[in-house]
Design a protein around this ligand. Structure first.
Ligand SMILES: O=C(O)CCC(=O)C(=O)O
Length: 346
């Protein structure tokens, strides 16, 4: 048994998270849970061509940086990529963020979101694994909403880095009581592009505009400032990374700046990240946040996240019962416990 529950989160883990804004926990997910996520990622990748939410950022970067190549994102519509190309190309400081790699293999930087809405296995891990309890412990949260899952896959010899960024302004939320759980589905090292975190940056007191991962240039619609150029001056920052195995998780605070290299190895680097929000978080239709897909948008600024879009996953409303089962039987509405539904603006 390698699973970890919050009883096994030590005071030292909590101290590290509070001090550094990131903590790596070993052996948290079971082999079955990792398999659920791998299966979901395989399904997302198989559907890339016709997906409205899936992207190959490696290919997109080529289209953005080459003035003669048109933007062609197939069916994907989450980001306005044509506008993105204009923004990036009008930024004199913008430059491709590519890893040196002697191989001439074609890379792939696959991105997709919200598998939990269609995939029972993802719901099982997001709702019923040890993660909600661990997240609530780290955040000292009275209850916890699941915000969304995102998939990030880098094929062997993908040169595209993930630009350093801070997550808060990507989301329609206000408040820092939120964590992002990065879940490797393959062994991941510096060479294969494991995440890198700027230690202590969650305490800088700054909010930075979201960028499109392939460039440091922020989206034009954002009100926040641009994230510092960590890539040019890594030695000026206290950057930490962890070699991880499937089952391990790296949890960072929503304000912690992070990024990743390309994948210079011969191995795949598949990962999924889950976002959990605590009771202090409020809904904010933030200018420049990345539009969520398939959400009811039934919340107003200042509301608690009580909506079928953001299931309450901790504490368990029916201890001993699987929330993924409840979702299947009772539907998304059941994920907001009785008594919470009318309590939004409290
Ligand atoms: O895996 C990556 O390259 C990026 C992940 C990330 O930025 C996140 O999970 O917030």
């Amino acid at each position: 048994m390698t699973c970890k529950s919050s009883e096994q989160i030590t005071p030292a883990d909590r101290e590290v998270f509070e001090r550094d804004g990131v903590v790596c926990l070993r052996g948290v997910l079971s082999g079955k849970e990792v398999r659920h996520l791998r299966n979901a990622v395989a399904r997302q990748m198989a559907g890339l061509r016709n997906s409205t939410t899936g992207y190959d950022f490696e290919e997109l970067a080529k289209q953005v940086w080459d003035p003669d190549r048109p933007i062609d994102m197939g069916a994907a519509e989450r980001f306005d990529m044509k506008a993105l190309k204009e923004v990036v190309r009008s930024d004199e400081t913008a430059r491709p963020l590519l890893e040196e790699d002697p191989s001439d293999e074609e890379g792939l930087f696959f991105y997709d979101v919200a598998a939990w809405k269609s995939d029972r296995g993802v719901r099982e891990v997001a709702f019923d694994s040890g993660l909600p309890e661990i997240a609530s412990e780290l955040l000292d949260a009275r209850y916890l909403n699941f915000w969304e899952d995102t998939t990030f896959v880098k094929a062997p010899h993908t040169r595209q880095k993930t630009a350093f960024h801070q997550d808060l302004a990507y989301f329609q939320i206000e408040g820092g009581q939120c964590v992002v759980v990065w879940i490797p589905l393959d062994p991941a090292t510096h060479e294969s592009g494991v995440m890198q975190y700027v230690r202590g940056s969650h305490r800088w007191g700054e909010t930075y505009a979201p960028n499109p991962f392939i460039s440091q240039t922020p989206f034009r619609s954002s009100a926040e400032q641009k994230c510092p150029d960590i890539e040019s001056n890594p030695e000026q920052y206290d950057i930490v990374s962890f070699d991880v195995q499937p089952g391990d998780v790296i949890i960072h605070h929503v304000m912690t700046i992070h990024g990743a290299g390309g994948n210079r190895s011969d191995q795949w680097r598949r990962a999924v990240s889950f976002r959990y929000c605590g009771d202090e978080v409020r809904y904010l239709d933030r200018k420049g946040a990345i539009p969520q897909v398939g959400v009811a948008r039934d919340l107003e600024d200042g509301d608690r996240l009580f909506s079928a879009d953001y299931p309450v996953v901790w504490p368990k409303p029916w201890p001993g019962l699987s929330l993924a089962d409840a979702y299947d039987v009772l539907g998304p509405g059941a994920m907001v416990p009785e008594g919470h539904r009318s309590a939004n603006a409290v």
